[in-house]
Design a protein around this ligand. Structure first.
Ligand SMILES: [Zn+2]
Length: 493
């Protein structure tokens, strides 16, 4: 367990928060203190049985296929068939378990602890999950621990903003339809497709020319690359949410209805063929993803929006760095990072690398683990190079591909100067622009410990430190902070 000062303080405050919550649920102080202490023991036991975040990265190590009978035998204290039936899942015969040791620990805990304790445990999680939609005291108590203590946020957002956020997260598929019609600049889908294809082309060239990969593996990498499905802008088919009830009963009830709808939607997929047309993000969500199980990248339309360029498209230097680099380039690289490289072109877990190529690849990823492990964003905490390697590999691959693709645009070839900046300067500044963010030390500390993404600042410093084109553009000399020396410079793709 972490023993730095921040972690100790958080572990001191958590039981106080638990006690307050149990009191808010109607228990007297003595009973609430008892429940809090049992709860803390239980969570600590579960946490100790769980793998470290970085140990959950390897998809092969976290894939244990077993029959329900085997699962039942491993955890006799838990009635799985009743659980599945209650969830609405009929005739489940096989499951994939990520961490069998956690279920074994849970089994021991089920045998050892009283039913009353489990009721308290579940009651807390139910109320905490809904706290944002309940009375002010419950909301303030959870805000004080999860936002102030854990992330350093002192003031809640105004209520109307919180409700808007919640509505967007529950009904985003409906709001997205309005958003696409009213807010996306004309030509968004076409431009995203153009940039996505340009990045794919550059990638293919780079793979062909790699000096460390054998021809057999290259061939397979090229097949995987060419079969990546690109979903851009917004879904061709929207989810049908007509069975969801939204009424004036209560805020919490409506949120629960939406959660139930989402749960039923997932359960209904069980036993049916994989749906490859689905989106896991809304068009108005400023993010993107690569899904290795479908070998697809999904880039919501709003990624094309750049501050200062509302409703019109920015110039290619900016779009090729943000959309080409941070988005398409980044997501495609996930198909070839420490995790994605273990899935084949159809999205099946299947190692397609020769062992020599794997060894050479991991020697390179070890260098990026080392690079980020040197960064110290807050207190004495360093970035966890193992945990963040997939994202860091994707950032580095992304910016290189974005730059290569930008070099083929008219703006680059014509050396157009805009607002006094050369194409190169605009490209790198555009890249940094997308990562501008204010962060509190508490939030940085929480991110460094639990997030597989490096803090934003290092998502700029890290990849650019490895890029000679960046050094040349801004005359960065050997020995400067943002220039890795040649022997340490990471180059994978
Ligand atoms: Zn990523």
């Amino acid at each position: 367990m972490d023993s730095d000062e921040r972690a100790l303080k958080i572990r001191e405050k958590f039981p106080v928060h638990l006690k307050n919550m149990f009191q808010l649920m109607g228990n007297d102080e003595k009973k609430a203190t008892g429940s809090a202490s049992l709860f803390m023991n239980l969570e600590t036991t579960l946490a100790k049985a769980s793998r470290k975040r970085e140990d959950t990265r390897d998809p092969l190590q976290n894939y244990h296929k077993m029959t329900v009978a085997e699962l039942q035998q491993m955890t006799p204290a838990f009635d799985w068939n009743t659980f599945f039936t209650e969830c609405g899942l009929q005739d489940v015969d096989t499951v994939i378990v990520g961490q069998p040791e956690v279920l074994k620990a849970l089994n021991t805990m089920l045998e050892k602890n009283s039913m009353d304790m489990w009721k308290d445990y579940l009651r807390y999680h139910l109320v905490r999950g809904l706290a944002s939609y309940l009375d002010d005291n419950t909301y303030k108590e959870t805000f004080s621990f999860f936002s102030t203590t854990l992330r350093g946020v002192t003031e809640p957002k105004p209520r109307w903003k919180r409700v808007t956020d919640q509505t967007n997260s529950a009904l985003g598929e409906l709001i997205g339809q309005v958003y696409v019609d009213e807010f996306l600049p004309k030509g968004t889908k076409e431009k995203l497709t153009e940039i996505g294809n340009a990045i794919k082309d550059v990638y293919a060239d780079r793979i062909k020319n790699l000096d460390w990969m054998s021809d057999v593996t290259k061939e397979k990498a090229l097949v995987k690359l060419s079969t990546i499905v690109m979903k851009v802008g917004y879904p061709d088919k929207w989810k049908d949410m007509s069975s969801l009830t939204v009424d004036r009963s209560s805020y919490a009830r409506n949120v629960m209805n939406a959660n139930e709808w989402a749960m039923r939607y997932m359960v209904n997929k069980f036993g049916n063929p994989v749906r490859r047309d689905e989106w896991e993000m809304y068009p108005q969500t400023y993010n993107a993803y690569y899904n290795p199980s479908n070998n697809e990248i999904v880039v919501p339309g709003c990624n094309i929006m750049v501050p200062g360029y509302e409703r019109v498209l920015a110039d290619d230097a900016i779009l090729y760095s943000i959309i080409g680099g941070s988005t398409f380039g980044h997501e495609i690289t996930h198909g070839f990072d420490d995790q994605g490289s273990k899935y084949d072109e159809k999205g099946n877990l299947n190692n397609w690398w020769t062992s020599e190529d794997s060894a050479r690849f991991y020697a390179k990823t070890a260098m990026i683990v080392q690079q980020y492990g040197e960064y110290n964003p807050v207190d004495s905490l360093r970035i966890n190079g193992e945990l963040t390697q997939g994202e860091n590999i994707a950032d580095l691959g992304g910016i290189i591909m974005g730059y290569e693709a930008f070099k083929k645009t008219k703006q680059y070839i014509d050396k157009q100067v805009i607002a006094g900046l050369t194409p190169d300067q605009r490209f790198f500044l555009g890249y940094a622009l997308a990562w501008m963010i204010n962060e509190r030390p508490e939030s940085l500390a929480a991110q460094v410990k639990s997030d597989e993404h490096s803090p934003a600042k290092y998502r700029v410093i890290g990849p650019l430190s490895n890029m000679p084109e960046f050094h040349e553009t801004f005359s960065i000399k050997e020995g400067d902070f943002m220039r890795r020396s040649d022997s340490l410079r990471v180059k994978i793709w």
